[in-house]
Design a protein around this ligand. Sequence first.
Ligand code: MSP
Length: 472
Amino acid sequence: MKYFITTPIFYANAKLHIAHVYTAVIADVLARFHRQKGDDVFFLTGMDEHGNKVYKKAQEAGKTPQDFCDQIFQATEKTWKSLGISYAKFIRTTNEEHEKGVQFILQKLYQKGNIYQKDYKGLYCEGCEKFLTRKELVDGKCPEHNQKPVLVKEKNYFFKLGDYLPAVKEKIEKRDLLIEPEARKNEVLQILSQGLEDFSVSRESVKWGITLPFDKKQTIYVWVDALANYITALGYGAKSGDQALFNKYWPADLHLVGKDILKFHAIYWPAILLALDLPLPKKIYAHGFMTISGKKMSKTVGNIIDPDSLVQKWGSDAVRYLLLSQIPLGKDGDISLEKMQARYEADLANDLGNLLQRILVMLKKYEIKPVAGSFDFDEKKFTDRMNKLEINGALEMINKLITDGNEYLEKRKPWELAKKDPRETEKVLNNLYSRLTLASSLLKPFMPKISEEISRQLKTLDPKPMFTKFIL
Ligand code: MSP
C-alpha cells in the first residue's frame, strides 16, 4: 500500500529548535514503521520561505532573503540528516517548480470563479502570518506571539471559502476526512458551525513571495503558497507536466501538524482542494505543544533548545527517543534536560543497555549458540497502537518487554543456574535473546541506528556498550 505522510513546512526565519524536531521525528517514526511493514512510503518535509516574517529576518541579518533562506535550509538539512529524518523530498517554497505549481493553482481558482477582489482592512500578526479578529486579541496583542498586530489596508484577492464550508463539514462528519485527536475534531467542527470569513489569497504590500499570475502587483498569501506544497511537491501543476508522483501518492494519508496550525489544514486546505476538484487528505493529526516550565517553546519567547546540542550530548537516536517519551502524543508536554537525562539513564542505559550486555556476556561465557526462545508479547496490539498513532502506548509496550526481561533475568538468575542446570540456563538465555531480538526490531523506527547496532551485537555475540555519554 502507498503511504504519503507530510510534516508542515517550517518557516525559514531562524534555525529550527527541538519542538520542530519533535514534529519531524514523529513523522519519521511513522514513515519508517510503514516502510518496515512493506508500504510504499513517500515522506515529505520542507521549508516555508516566503512572507514578511522571513523577509524581515533576512534584512536584520544583512542578507538577501534568498541567501538567508539558503543558509537556514543548509542548517536544517544538516539537522535532519543528523537525526535520521528519512524524507523522500525536501520542498522549498522558493523552488521554481513549486512557484509554477502555485501559480497554476491560483490561475485555476481564478478561472473557476473562486476568487474575487475587494478592499480590505485588518489586523495582521506577522508571527502567525494571518489576520486576527479583535476578539482573538488579548490586551490588544496576539496571544500566541505576544506582539501587536499591524493594521493593513490594501486591495486583496479573496477566496470564496463560504462556498465550500458545508462540504468540508460534511466530509469531516462523515469521517471521509479524519481529524484527530477527537477533541481537535470537535474544535474544528465548532469553528465551522460558527462560520468563517473568506480569506485573502494575495497581498499587495508583501514583496517576498510568488507573483499572483493574474495581477502582477500582488504576491500570493504565504499560507496559500505553503499549503500548496503538499501537492506541488508531487508535481501537481508542474511545468514539465510530470504528475506521476501526484497520481501515485495523492491524497495524503497523513498530514501531521501542530495544533496551532490545524485550522489552516482542516478548513482552508480542504476547501481549496475541493475548489480544485481534488480528493482530500485522509487524515490530519494535530499534536500538542512542547513547553518549558509551562511556556510554549518558541523563537519569539526565546526559550528554545538547540537540537544539535542534544545530539552531541546523547546521540541522535536517544534524542529521538527522549523527545517522544517526554510528551504524550496529542497533548502538551513539559520537557527539561534533567527529565530527559533521567529517562536516558533509566530506560536506555539501565534497562535496555544492561540487559543486552548481560545476555551477550553470558551467552558467550556459557558457549551457547542462541536459538529461538519464548516469551509473551502482543504484537497485534503493538501494531494497532502504531496504526492508531498511539506512539507513546507503543513505546510503553517495548519498555515493558525490556523491563519484564530484566525481572525474568533477576528471577531465574542464569549465572547461578549455570552451575547446576546447563540446559535450563540455555533455555532462559534463549528466551531473553529472542525477547531482545524482537525489541530491537520494534525499536527500529524509533531508534534506527541503535536498533541496527543491537541486531549486530545479537548476531555476532559481540557486547559493546552503547549508552555511555553521561554528560549534563
Ligand atoms: N510554515 C508554517 C507551516 C506551513 S505548513 C503548510 C509554520 N511553520 S512553523 O515553523 O512555525 O511551525 C512548524 C511546526 O512546528 C508546526 O506544526 C508547529 O505546530 C510546530 N511547533 C512550533 N513550536 C512548537 C512547540 N513548542 N511544540 C510543538 N510543536 C510546535 O507554522
